[in-house]
Each structure stands twice: as C-alpha cells, then as structure tokens.
Design a protein around this ligand. Structure first.
Ligand code: NAP
Length: 427
C-alpha cells in the first residue's frame, strides 16, 4: 500500500510515497549496525553535542516544523510550533544530564574495584504515532542517541513528511550516516524488522492493538521492548473544588491536540454536590469552542488526523448514545471537506458504553456523577488504563489521598495532566 500524506483540514492529497523495498531496508539495517559500532564508542560528550545541536535547530526552525505538522496531521499552528520547541527542551535536557545519568556506579569497595556500567543496546526500532509527530520521536531519540544507541524510525503511515524531516534534522545536527534513519514502511513490515538480528530492541508508542502485536513479536524474537500505549485518564471534580477553575481545565484537558492525546482527560467524574453546576458550564464552554482551520490562530479545535479516526469517534459516540448516553453538546460529525468532529459532552453514560470503557481519541467527554471521594476513586481506578489522572479539590487531606490512591503513572492536583522531559512518564 502506498504511504500517503493528506491534509486533514481539507482532505487534499499532499504527497504519496512508495514503501521502501526489501533492498532499501536491508541497506538501512546494514548502515545502522555499522554506525552503532562507531557511535557507541564515541565519548558521550560528542554524542550529547549532536543531540544539543538538534535541539538548536528545532528551536530555530520551530515555525517551519510546526507548519509541516499542521499540514500533515492537522495540529493547531500555535501548538505545533510549541511542540517543536518542547522537543528542543528535551534535547537540551538529555544533552546536559545524559553523562551524569549514565555514569558508572560502584556498589561496594572491592579489589579490583567493581563498577556497574550502562551500555547501549544497539540499533533500536521506534514505532511511533502521528499525534505528536515530533515530540514522540524526539522523546525516544534524544536519550537513546546520547546513550549510544542508533535509531530506526518507523513512523505512522499518515506522517511520512514529518518522518523524513526528523531524519534530516539529525543529519543536519551532525549525526553520522546510519545513526538516525527513517524507514518508510507500513506496519506489516514491523515484525520482520523486530526479528532481524541487527535490531536490538523495539520501542512503540501507540494503541493497545499495536502494543499487543509488537509486544508479541518482541516476545517471540526475545527482544527488549518498551510499550507506551493508550489511556482513558480520569478527571475528578470533588465537592470542595473551585468549579470555575475545574471547568476551564477540563475544556483544555479534553481538547488538547483536538482531543487526540494519550493523556487527554477522557472520563469526567464529578461529585453530586457540584455536578449540575459543572455539567452545564462545561457543556456551554465545549459548545462555544471554535472548530475549524488549524492554520487560523483563532481556531481552538482542529480536524481529526484521518477520516478513519473521525469515523471511529462518531461510531463510539453513536454506540454510547444507543446504550443510553444523553448528548449535552456536539454529538455528530461535521460535514466535510476535512475530518472534523465537534467537542461533545455525554451524560448518563452506562459503565459498559464505549465512551466509558474504551479510549475515545477525539474531543468527546463522558460525565459520571458520584456521591463523593470514595466512589470517585473507585470509578477512576475501574479501568485497564493508567497513564495519568487529574483531580480538583481544595481539601489538602483529599489531595494527599488522591495522590496515593489514584492508580496512574502521574497524578496532578488542580491542574491538567502534562508531560515534562524532567519527569518519568508512563502508565
Ligand atoms: P496506532 O494506530 O497504534 O499506530 C502507532 C504506530 O504503530 C504506527 O506507526 C503504526 O503504523 C504502528 N502499528 C499499528 N498497528 C501495528 C501492528 N499491528 N504491528 C506493528 N505496528 C503497528 O496508534 P496511533 O493512532 O498512531 O496513535 C494513537 C494511539 O497512541 C492512542 O492509543 C494514544 O493513546 C497512543 N499514544 C500513547 C502515548 C504514550 O506515551 N503512552 C503517546 C501518544 C499516543 P501504521 O501507521 O503504519 O499503521
């Protein structure tokens, strides 16, 4: 299948790429293996300097990189330039701290002296998603390259131009040939890449389905793997919360990246005492958001990245409504051109409806009414996911309990969940 770059705001085909041939992939794997031997032996300071230089280019050219993201996957123009700048921060952070993180450790005084070394693995395959087309890749590449690994990027098939721009970025930053390469291939080629003896490990960020397939292939071929998968983060509003502040944060947290973020708030769990006030203000604010052209700085919600994603979201909402959910805002895909779905609020969502138990990758917010904190925590934790959680309360004791009892990789009190290069991230 050809790899196509479409503009999600218009549906217009931008470019088409033929997937790389077996011979082309073979050449890249050979270059990765050769590059690893030399790159891993270079002093860490030299590797860090290349990553730092990539950060400088990202900062200087953030508008250009941002325009490419907007064009290819519909990210709002301001957010897209910010994403490139955030990548620059991650490069700087890894370049500055990599050496200290990887310094050999001594466990006990012994003769001869002992040391635990942190050695690179080799060529690492990175299977990446389109939703943060620069950030997800740089978040993988900056630490991996500083540590002495080399990267092989298999990016999502709808962002081939971003994938090529990333390869060019590391090359311009001074990475020797083979240190960071893009493979233009479909997901059908991933298992063969994992099986290849030159590939040491695989890192995937994507959906549960991709994680299952890649985790199985990594197990079959005994390769190390990192699986960074989907989420259905809870957003709790307790009786003591500042409701206005919670509404403002909820609108932002559900619509970040037009609703297409792993750590977007996806289930809104609200205490009975403030439910009606929160629900009406939230539905009104969601309805008032400006949906449209992502290049227009006034736009607040852009298109979804592909027609299939828009149709999937519409189907999840339709099935939730058929199961008994009530629409308070939005609820129907907008007419084309472009793949638009409006901010949507659902009330009375049954526990087994798609909006309650599946990840919805678009601006759809199901509301759940609970009696108090015990029920809120139980419902928040009643999910197989567990990336992040946000909770609004003005009670210090409740805040402390929420931090302890919410089963998520990170818990944010009185603010939305966000990632930061300096903190661990994951479920
Ligand atoms: P996706 O459809 O799973 O695709 C992600 C990557 O996996 C793409 O490169 C895709 O290639 C590849 N892939 C898909 N199925 C595969 C299979 N069976 N075997 C091998 N490779 C496969 O996900 P997406 O739509 O790009 O991204 C959205 C998902 O990523 C959401 O679930 C979101 O929550 C998650 N995500 C998680 C994080 C995190 O840090 N935890 C961050 C961002 C996104 P093709 O495009 O060629 O199919």
């Amino acid at each position: 299948m050809p790899i196509e770059s479409l503009n999600p705001a218009t549906g217009e085909r931008l470019r088409t790429f033929a997937p790389e041939s077996t011979a082309e992939i073979e050449g890249k794997l050979g270059r990765a293996a050769a590059a690893f031997r030399a790159w891993s032996r270079r002093p860490i300071g030299e590797r860090a300097a290349v990553v730092a230089r990539a950060g400088e280019i990202l900062e200087a050219e953030r508008q250009t990189f941002g325009r490419l993201m907007t064009l290819e996957m519909g990210k709002l123009a301001g957010a897209a330039a910010d994403e490139a700048a955030k990548c620059a921060t991650a490069c700087r952070y890894c370049a500055e701290h990599g050496e200290a993180f990887l310094r050999p450790e001594s466990v006990a005084s012994a003769e001869p002296p002992d040391a635990i070394r942190f050695d690179p693995l080799g060529p690492v395959l990175a299977v990446m998603p389109w939703n943060f087309p620069f950030w997800q890749v740089v978040r993988f590449a900056a630490p991996a390259l500083v540590a002495g690994n080399v990267g092989l990027l298999k990016h999502a098939s709808n962002v081939p131009q971003c994938a090529l721009a990333l390869e060019d970025l590391f090359s311009r930053a001074g990475a020797p040939e083979g240190v960071f390469q893009t493979l233009l291939v479909g997901s059908d080629r991933v298992e063969a890449l994992i099986a290849d003896t030159r590939v040491a490990a695989v890192s995937v960020t994507g959906s549960e389905a991709a994680g299952r397939a890649i985790g199985a292939a990594a197990g079959k071929h005994l390769k190390k793997s990192v699986l960074e998968l989907g989420g259905s983060d809870p957003f709790l509003v307790l009786a003591s919360a500042d409701v206005e502040r919670a509404v403002a944060a909820a609108v932002k947290a559900r619509n970040v990246n037009s609703g297409q973020s792993c750590i977007a708030a996806k289930r809104f769990i609200v205490a009975d005492a403030v439910y009606d006030r929160f629900a009406s203000a939230f539905a009104a604010a969601m309805s008032a958001l400006r949906v449209g052209d992502p290049t227009d700085r006034q736009t607040e919600v852009g298109p979804l990245a592909t027609a299939a994603i828009r149709d999937g979201v519409a189907d999840q909402v339709a099935r939730s409504v058929a199961a008994g959910a009530r629409v308070l805002a939005g609820g129907r895909a907008l007419d084309g051109p472009g793949f638009f779905y409006p901010p949507t609020v659902l009330a009375d969502v049954p526990a087994d409806a798609p909006a309650a138990c599946e990840e919805v990758f678009g601006p759809v917010a199901p509301l759940f009414r609970v009696a108090g904190i015990d029920e809120a925590i139980a419902l928040a934790n009643a999910t197989p996911f567990g990336l992040g959680a946000a909770a609004f309360t003005r009670d210090a004791g409740e805040a402390e309990r929420l931090g302890r009892e919410l089963e998520a990789g990170s818990v944010f009190i009185n603010q939305m969940v966000a990632s930061d290069a300096r903190f661990p991230f994951g479920g």
